[in-house]
Design a protein around this ligand. Structure first.
Ligand code: 5GP
Ligand code: MN
Length: 341
């Protein structure tokens, strides 16, 4: 048995909304990761078993290493299919918002979702959920939204409706948001759930290989370039920084997802507890922050760049130049010395 962490009244409310609805839209955050896709597709597969008409809409493309996920081929990318997505949103009678806490994280999809006048359900594990949905299931103590989806389906009495495709999606989200169960993964019930998923036929070793061992040569060369030429260490602050400009990315034929995980690498250096990765995109710089122990990556993201996230994994965007963004970061490092262990 796993403990009942979602409040009973919320379970009933969601169940009621699902039973009333036919056309259900599931949305998630920009730059969807394994948990965004895993929770969305997990819920999608479940709703299919109820003979609903669910559709997953993601603001921007998901990375190639998630192409194999069952149902991924049906996911609508808003940026690429705005007209059709808008039609789905206009025709929806229920919207699920998964794996993010504030509308801004939906990027260009936010306005379209907020403009709809149908019940909305937020299911998420980030701190401080904003008040933009009718029902809020927020559990920051859990390491993934996918785990919440598993718990929700079970609590609605529908464990038997979790098919292999659904189980694979849920497992993927649980695995990717914990770095393959290397962080945020000490809760015993994670493994009770995994045990159930394996019983349903999930091949966890195969999913690991599909997600983590299918990179392109270009990505590996880009990683080598980062580590050799672009990684700066600040020993007195136990910090590391990797930056990549748009020009450097193009040298390595950068594709969405190619820099996934780069931010974690410096944490494997003894004496580095805080790692930052900055990547120059079309119109902004995307920042990723990772830390070990009690150093608050989310505080730095929020204080300096109006971002947020979890204690050990956070993100933000900067609209300044790369050099100004780096300067701002370097100048602020001294202020966080007291947080070092
Ligand atoms: P990543 O570095 O993988 O993009 O993001 C790590 C975590 O930081 C995400 O799970 C999310 O919680 C948070 N995050 C990423 N980007 C942003 C952002 O631009 N704003 C906010 N508030 N949080 C972000
Ligand atoms: Mn997540």
């Amino acid at each position: 048995m796993i403990s009942k962490i979602i409040a009973e009244d919320l379970i009933h409310k969601v169940q009621k909304e699902i039973s009333k609805a036919e056309r259900i839209v599931i949305v998630t955050h920009v730059g969807p990761d394994g948990d965004a896709m895993g929770s969305s597709l997990g819920l999608w597969h479940y709703l299919m078993t109820l003979n609903k008409e669910p559709v997953v809409i993601v603001p921007t493309a998901y990375p190639d290493f998630l192409n194999w996920m069952p149902g991924a081929e049906c996911v609508m990318v808003y940026e690429e299919n705005k007209e059709t997505s808008d039609k789905f949103l206009a025709g929806a009678d229920l919207i699920f918002a998964l794996d993010f806490n504030i509308p801004k994280r939906m990027d260009m999809l936010a306005d379209a979702v907020l403009a709809t006048n149908v019940p909305k359900v937020l299911i998420d594990h980030h701190l401080h959920p904003a008040d933009f949905t009718n029902i809020v299931i927020s559990h920051p103590e859990l390491s993934s939204t996918s785990e919440l989806i598993f718990r929700l389906i079970c609590r609605m009495g529908d464990f038997s409706k979790i098919n292999l495709a659904c189980a694979e999606c849920i497992y993927t989200g649980m695995m990717t948001d914990t770095g393959g169960f290397t962080y945020n993964s000490n809760k015993q019930e994670i493994y009770t759930i995994i045990s159930e998923l394996i019983k349903l036929g999930v091949d966890k070793d195969d999913i690991y290989r599909k997600v983590f061992n299918t990179y392109s040569a270009d990505r590996l060369r880009l990683m080598g370039f980062c580590l050799y030429k672009k990684m700066k260490i600040y020993p007195e602050y136990k910090a590391a920084l990797i930056t990549l400009t748009a020009k450097e990315l193009s040298l390595f034929n950068y594709k969405n997802g190619d820099s996934e995980g780069f931010v974690n690498i410096p944490l494997s250096i003894a004496g580095v507890d805080f790692s930052v990765f900055m990547r120059e995109d079309k119109d902004k710089i995307k920042l990723s922050f990772r830390s070990q122990g009690t150093f608050p990556a989310n505080k730095v993201a929020a204080d300096l760049f109006n971002g947020g996230g979890h204690l050990n994994a956070a993100g933000a965007e900067s609209y300044a130049s790369m050099s100004d963004t780096v300067n701002k970061f370097e100048e602020a490092l001294e202020n966080y010395k007291d947080f070092l262990e």
